[in-house]
Design a binder for this molecule. Sequence first.
Ligand SMILES: [Zn+2]
Length: 257
Amino acid sequence: MTARPFSRGQVVDQLRALGVQPGGVLLVHTSFRAVRPIEGGPLGLIDALRAALGPVGTLVMPSWTGDDEAPFDPTTTAAAEDLGATADLFWRQRGVVRSDHLQAFAAIGPRAETIVKTALPLPPHTPDSPVGRVHDLDGQVLLLGVGHDADTSLHLAELMAKVPYGIPRHCMIEQDGRRVRIDYRENDHCCRRFALADDWLRVRGLQAEGPVGHGTARLARARDIVGLAVDAIRQQPTIFLHEPREGCAECDEARRG
Ligand SMILES: [Zn+2]
């Protein structure tokens, strides 16, 4: 049996019931597959998110490229496939502003320029990056059909707490008409242990959870997510990495780096 599509109005009601703040800044990570069907598809979902925020709210989504070697053009380069169909449709909509660099975010609303128009942040989620600006503006983070493993605010927390791990990475950028390689170290790993944030937020009543479309959503303030994670990292710097005996290749690589 095919599930009945949620209407835009129903999704707006769900978002408001969850606690999305009209007029606020909302950073959304989503898997449309987990919440569908919604009337209008991913565009219907974007529409509902904007309606829930109202005219003075600002909607933000990740929009970086999946190819750090290719030239990045904010008007043509697709968003990384693992960001999902909604994120890739979002930056293409009229009025949406996108960063000029390959660690792009996209946003619409009064704070859009402030959030996405940053210099290229390396590693990607520094305090001066779009995700850092969402944090500074006291934005909310909405995980829609995804868990904290997709929550970039936790990478910001890792950098603020100066985690002792990282993976060597590089990207190619355009500089004075030449292609230039930049090497950097990124605080990356499998991210599965980011799920610890669920309990940290839940026991303090700082995470709302409920249905949006056919999926489950989590909503919390970026400052709460980051603050609790920074405290946890300060107590145990590798808390987000699997132990070596758990055999996670990505966490092992981060630990070696
Ligand atoms: Zn791992």
